[in-house]
Design a protein around this ligand. Structure first.
Ligand SMILES: [Zn+2]
Length: 241
């Protein structure tokens, strides 16, 4: 195989290797973010419950204030009751008293109800906290596994990057920029083998002239249909040799 072509095949193999890490990296990151979502979802459930508890507590405080002023009002009514003489005044006062007592008992009932709400939600928070703890443990394990995996990938990538740097340094710059131009649209399939006289980029049969040029191997040959750089695999021969 032509020296330039051989370099292009090797460079394209390195680039393929570099890109092949992307799905692995995505996969590792997805695994971590999936566990993180679970943790966040339980944490947000706890936050909502806590907010509801706080709101109930605020309501209790305001009902307690109401009870305080209603008690004072009832005392005043009792005091007034001793001073009035007409039946009409008496009736008005007794209505006032009844309303105050109703409000008082409503406030007491609400406090009781809100306390039950707080109790239930506190229990739910306790449960959720247990769940959160378990999920956080899983998250930490998955994260640390993923980090290890990502570090290993980073190392492999670095090795390949170095190999790539070495290679392009030695390569003919015109051929390199030709390759980069094709890579822009063809991605990892910029350099493809020809099998059974067909381009393995676009899978179309190449004409006899192109095929014989390729076999002669004197220059870089591109596919007449798609423009990818073509090569014939040297079966049994190690490309790295
Ligand atoms: Zn083609």
């Amino acid at each position: 195989m032509n020296k330039y072509l051989k370099e292009l095949v090797e460079l394209s193999t390195i680039d393929k290797g570099l890109d092949s890490f992307t799905p692995q990296i995505d996969n590792a990151q997805n695994r971590v973010s999936k566990e993180k979502d679970k943790v966040d979802s339980v944490q947000s459930r706890i936050d909502t419950l806590q907010k509801q508890i706080d709101e109930s507590k605020d309501k209790i405080v305001s009902y307690e204030e109401q009870i305080g002023s209603l008690s004072k009002q009832l005392k005043d009514i009792q005091k007034k009751g001793k001073e009035i003489s007409t039946e009409r005044e008496m009736k008005a006062l007794s209505i006032e008293e009844e309303i105050a007592k109703e409000k008082l008992s409503f406030a007491n009932e609400e406090i009781e109800r809100l306390n039950r709400v707080i109790e239930t939600k506190t229990a739910l928070i306790e449960e959720a906290k247990e769940e959160l703890k378990a999920l956080e443990e899983v998250f930490e394990t998955v994260k640390s596994d993923a980090n290890q995996e990502l570090q290993a990938i980073e190392k492999e990538k670095e090795t390949l990057y170095k190999a790539r740097e070495n290679k392009i340094h030695k390569m003919d710059q015109k051929i390199l920029s030709f390759y980069e131009k094709i890579r822009k649209w063809a991605g990892n399939t910029g350099v493809v083998p020809v099998r059974k006289q067909a381009c393995y980029g676009c899978y179309l049969k190449i004409n006899d002239k192109t095929y014989s040029d390729l076999i002669r191997g004197e220059e870089i040959v591109t596919c007449p249909h798609c423009g990818r750089i073509l090569y014939i695999e040297e079966t049994g021969e190690d490309l790295e040799a």
